[in-house]
Write a protein that binds this ligand. Structure first.
Ligand SMILES: CC(=O)SCCNC(=O)CCNC(=O)[C@H](O)C(C)(C)COP(=O)(O)OP(=O)(O)OC[C@H]1O[C@@H](n2cnc3c(N)ncnc32)[C@H](O)[C@@H]1OP(=O)(O)O
Ligand SMILES: O=C(O)CCC(=O)C(=O)O
Ligand SMILES: [Zn+2]
Length: 479
C-alpha cells in the first residue's frame, strides 16, 4: 500500500489498539436517535437538542441536495495534480459508484488531451451526469457541446478585481455574452449553469441583476463562487437566501477553503436554500482547494444519517480518498473527518469507559456505516480500569475489579516511561492473571509482579534464542 494512503482509520501501529466489538449490545444501534444525535436508552433522560437542524425550516436543503464533484476539474487545478486518462477514468468510475449526482470535468478548451478525456468519460455511460466547465465565451461553448457532456458550467468573474485584472469586461458585455452562451448551450438540449466568479467581492446589485436575467432565459442553475475563500457562514447565508428570493432555478455553490470555512459554508448554503454543492476529493483544488467530499458527507451525515446513507455508498469513501491521494501524491490528513487515521480511536480513560458502554457518548459518526472499525487505545498513562477490563474480558481472563484496578496501575507505571504496545499490555495481563491463579501474586504486591514479569521475559528470551538457532532460515541472498 502507498505510504501516503490509509488502510483503516486506526493508528499505524494497530498492536496498540483494541478493536471494539460493537455486536455486544453496546452499539449505536442500542441507542435512540434524536435529530441525528444518539441519546442513551438507560437512566439518562432524553431531551431534544435545541441546536439540531430544524426540519420546519422550509428553505433548508440539508436533506435534499446534489453533489457536483469537481475533483476532475477544480481538483486538476491543485498544484500537485496530473491525471492521465486512465486515472481520470478510475476516479470518475469510483465517484459514480459512490453515488455523486454530477461529475465536473476540466474545460475541453484547455488542451487536446483534456478534450479527448472529456469525450472518453462521456462515453463511459455512468449514472452521474457529466459536466464540463468553461469560460463565458462562444469558442469554449462550441467545443464543450461537441464532447457529449450532459451539461456545461459557464463562469465569468464579476468582481471589480476580475473585471479589471482578469478579463477586462464590464457588466453589460458579461450579460450580453452570458445570454448568447446560455442560449447556444440550451439549443443543444443539454443543461447549462451560469456562475459569477468571485461572487462575495462582487456588487450585490450587479449579481442579482445578472442572475435574474439568466434565470429568465431558462438557465438550469446559477452558481455562487467564493473564489478566494473569504466568505463566512453568515455572509453565505445572506447571499444564498437573498438569491433564493430572486431566481426560480437551482442554486449551486462553490467554496474555497483559504480560511478553513468551506465545509461550514457549504452546510450554511444548504440551510439557506442552495441545491447543489461543489466538492473535490480531499478538497484538492487551487491553493488549499474547496469543500472536501468526505468532510461534507461527514457534516451532512451528522445532520441526517439516513438520508446520506440512502444516497451514497459510504464505505467507498476511504477507497476514493486513497485513489486520489495516491494520484496526487499526498497523505490523507491525520485529522481528516471519517478517514483520518485516528478518526475512530478513543484514548482517555473517561472516553473509553463511556464509549464501551455506548459509542454515541463520544461519536457522532458510526464507523461501521463507513466500513470502518472503532478502536480503544489502552497502553498509555491516560488509560483507566474500565478500558483494561474490556481487554481482560476479550482475552478471556478472570480477574476481579480490584485486581483489574491493580494491574491498571502497573500499566500506567510502565506507560509513564514509554507507551506500551498491545502485545506488552496483553503480556502483562496474562502474567498478572497467571500469578493470581497460581497464588504467587496478590493485589498490591508490586515486587512479586515485577519478579513474575522478569521471569516471563527471561523465559521468552531463552525460547526466542533457541528458536532462532534452530529455525532461522538462510536469507535468499545468502543461499
Ligand atoms: C476560478 C477558476 O478556477 S475558473 C476555471 C479555471 N480554469 C482554467 O483556467 C482552465 C485551464 N485554462 C487554460 O487551459 C487556459 O487558461 C485557457 C485555454 C482557458 C485560456 O488560455 P489562453 O488563451 O492562453 O489565455 P490565458 O490563460 O493566458 O488567459 C485567460 C484568457 O481568458 C479570458 N478570461 C478569463 N476568464 C474568463 C471568463 N470567465 N470568461 C471569458 N474569458 C475569460 C482572459 O481575459 C484571457 O483572455 P486573453 O487571451 O484575451 O488575455
Ligand atoms: O464555476 C464556478 O462556479 C466556480 C469557478 C471556480 O473554480 C472558482 O470561482 O473558484
Ligand atoms: Zn474554484
Amino acid at each position: 500500500m502507498c505510504p501516503h494512503t490509509n488502510g483503516d482509520s486506526a493508528p499505524t501501529d494497530p498492536s496498540q489498539m483494541v478493536p471494539v466489538d460493537i455486536s455486544n449490545g453496546t452499539s449505536h444501534q442500542a441507542s435512540t436517535q434524536t435529530n441525528g444525535h444518539a441519546a442513551t436508552n438507560g437512566s439518562a433522560k432524553q431531551r431534544t437538542n435545541p441546536y439540531a437542524p430544524r426540519a420546519s425550516d422550509f428553505l433548508s436543503n440539508i436533506s435534499n441536495f446534489s453533489i457536483i464533484e469537481s475533483t476532475l476539474r477544480e481538483g486538476e487545478q491543485f498544484a500537485n495534480a496530473f491525471f492521465d486518462t486512465k486515472t481520470k477514468i478510475a476516479i470518475a468510475k469510483a465517484l459514480d459508484a459512490f453515488g455523486v449526482e454530477y461529475i465536473e470535468l476540466t474545460s475541453p478548451a484547455a488542451s487536446e488531451q483534456s478534450r479527448k478525456d472529456c469525450e472518453a468519460i462521456c462515453k463511459l455511460g455512468l449514472k452521474a451526469k457529466i459536466l464540463t466547465h468553461i469560460r463565458c465565451h462562444m469558442d469554449d461553448a462550441r467545443i464543450a457541446v461537441e464532447t457529449g457532456v450532459d451539461g456545461v458550467d459557464v463562469v465569468i468573474g464579476t468582481s471589480s478585481f476580475l473585471r479589471e485584472f482578469s478579463h477586462g469586461k464590464d457588466m453589460a458585455y458579461i450579460t450580453k455574452t452570458a445570454i448568447e452562451v446560455i442560449e447556444y448551450v440550451k439549443s443543444k438540449g443539454i443543461e447549462v449553469r451560469f456562475s459569477s466568479e468571485d461572487s462575495f467581492r462582487s456588487d450585490l446589485v450587479d449579481l442579482l441583476s445578472i442572475y435574474q436575467t439568466v434565470d429568465k432565459i431558462g438557465v438550469n442553475r446559477v452558481g455562487i463562487a467564493d473564489t478566494v475563500g473569504c466568505a463566512n457562514p453568515r455572509q453565505v447565508y445572506d447571499l444564498v437566501r437573498t438569491l433564493r428570493g430572486v431566481v426560480k432555478c437551482d442554486i449551486e455553490i462553490h467554496l474555497h477553503n483559504d480560511t478553513g470555512m468551506a465545509i461550514a459554508n457549504a452546510y450554511t448554503a444548504l440551510e439557506a436554500g442552495a441545491t447543489h454543492i461543489d466538492t473535490s476529493v480531499l478538497g484538492i483544488g487551487e491553493r488549499v482547494g474547496i469543500t472536501p467530499l468526505g468532510g461534507l458527507v461527514a457534516c451532512l451525515y451528522a445532520a441526517n444519517p439516513e438520508y446520506v446513507k440512502s444516497k451514497y455508498n459510504l464505505p467507498m469513501l476511504r477507497e476514493i480518498e486513497n485513489l486520489v491521494a495516491e494520484a496526487v501524491e499526498v497523505n490523507i490528513p491525520f485529522m481528516n473527518p471519517i478517514t483520518g487515521y485516528c478518526a475512530f480511536t478513543h484514548k482517555a480513560g473517561i472516553h473509553a469507559k463511556a464509549i464501551l458502554n455506548n459509542p454515541s457518548t463520544y461519536e457522532i459518526l458510526k464507523p461501521e456505516d463507513f466500513g470502518l472499525t472503532r478502536y480503544v487505545s489502552i497502553g498509555h498513562r491516560l488509560t483507566g480500569w474500565n478500558a483494561v477490563k474490556s481487554r481482560v474480558e476479550q482475552l478471556g481472563l478472570k480477574l476481579t475489579d480490584d485486581e483489574i484496578k491493580d494491574v491498571t496501575a502497573k500499566i500506567k507505571e510502565l506507560a509513564d516511561v514509554r507507551t506500551q504496545s498491545m502485545d506488552d499490555v496483553d503480556t502483562l495481563l496474562r502474567v498478572y492473571h497467571s500469578g493470581i491463579q497460581s497464588g504467587e501474586l496478590a493485589i498490591g504486591q508490586k515486587e512479586a509482579l515485577d519478579r513474575l514479569l522478569r521471569k516471563h521475559r527471561e523465559g521468552q528470551d531463552a525460547t526466542t534464542s533457541r528458536d532462532n538457532s534452530i529455525s532461522r532460515p538462510a536469507s535468499p541472498t545468502q543461499a
